[in-house]
Structure formats: C-alpha cells, structure tokens
Design a protein around this ligand. Structure first.
Ligand SMILES: [Zn+2]
Length: 215
C-alpha cells in the first residue's frame, strides 16, 4: 500500500504528478545523510516541472523553495521537516517523516512516508484532509475491491494496471461485456473520488487536465 493510505490508482495520477516527497526515495538516493545538500527535481516527460533545495542534518531535512498562492507574489520558504528511523519487524530500518504540520494549534507529528505540497508547505495527507470525511475513502476502497473481485472472477489479475482477462470459455458474450463495463465503471469512479480528494494538491493545470480527462 502506498503512502496515500488508499489503493493507489494506476491511472494518470502518479506520485510525481502530485508534487510530493517520499522519504524512502530520498533515503535510497542518499539525501538524508547528515550534511547532504542538493536539489530535488520533479519532472514529467523528461522536462523539469519543479525543484526545491534541501539540506539534511542527522534528523531533519531543511527544504528551501518558493511558493505562490492564488497568483500572489512568489515567497521564499524554508521548512524544516524532521525524520526518524523505525526498526522493521524483519530487520533493517525504515525512514519516516514526522509531519511538521500544525492544525488547530495542534502539532501533527504523524509518522508518514510521504508529504504533499498542498498550500505553501509540505505536509502529510492528514493535515491536508482534516475536514475530509473518511466516507469517500471507504467508498473508494469498496469500488476497487469490487473491480478486483470481478477481474479475478474472469481469471485475471487485480489492479487497473492489468488487462482484463479474455472471455472465459462458456461465458455468454453479454455477461462478459456487462462484467467488463462494471469493472470500468468501478475503476473510473474510484479514480474520480481519488482525484477529487487530492484536488487541492494539484496545480491549476493539473486539475484542469485530470478533470477534463475524467469528464
Ligand atoms: Zn500532518
């Protein structure tokens, strides 16, 4: 399960489309080593779309970037994001960010794998979703479970990245078509919910792009 806590859609919404920071990737690429500094770059189709500077201490990452909200002036921002390592069951350690968000004067400090650039800061999904009901999350999961069940029943693999299996021998064409349509419907609907949920972490162009595509 990805850092979203929801089944990750294999659809257009990729981690790099939502400007997010994944602690495991930063760790793998050596960015968390004390004293390390550099830039973290987001690109799409080989083109750079955003970049931030970072400096690592032994226990936090200091991010340097500029942010702009609602067409205001660009504002330089320095954000300190603490991180920690947690022992895994099977040995080794896993890095986590400790979300630096403050919501209703409460420090979040959630241990998370991923932070999103929603407003000005990189914060966890809990911070950006505090007012969001868990109802649509449950609905999203239900839809994907339903789609996966149908996919398996046809002899295929779960997940919208896989092809739907061919019509099983002995199954009516009509029945097969109906099941395929239902799979499509469930997955489309789940994507829609997901994108709606994370609309605030998308840039205006991305929002336009995804919502136009989904119709
Ligand atoms: Zn948070």
């Amino acid at each position: 399960m990805g850092g979203y806590g929801l089944g990750r859609p294999s659809y257009k919404l990729k981690a790099e489309d939502c400007r997010s920071l994944e602690v495991s990737r930063l760790h793998r690429e050596g960015c968390l080593r004390a004293g390390q500094r550099g830039s973290w770059v987001w690109s799409r189709e080989g083109k750079e779309v955003a970049r931030i500077g970072y400096t690592s201490t032994a226990s936090s990452l200091i991010l340097d970037y500029r942010a702009r909200q609602n067409g205001d002036e660009w504002e330089p921002i320095t954000q300190t994001v603490p991180f920690t390592y947690v022992q895994c069951h099977y040995g080794g350690q896993r890095p986590y960010f400790l979300c630096p968000g403050v919501v209703s004067s409460q420090h979040c400090r959630q241990r998370v794998g991923k932070l999103f650039a929603g407003g000005k800061y990189f914060l966890c999904r809990h911070c950006y979703n505090v007012s969001y009901s868990s109802q649509s999350e449950a609905q999203h999961d239900r839809l994907l479970r339903r789609a996966n069940k149908l996919r398996r029943a046809l002899g295929g693999e779960p997940g919208s990245a896989s092809w739907v299996a061919e019509r099983p021998k002995g199954m009516w064409h009509k029945t097969y078509q109906r099941k395929r349509l239902e799979i499509d419907w469930c997955e489309q609907k789940a994507n829609h919910l997901f994108i709606e949920r994370f609309a605030h972490v998308l840039s205006p162009e991305e929002r336009r792009k995804y919502f136009d595509e989904l119709g």
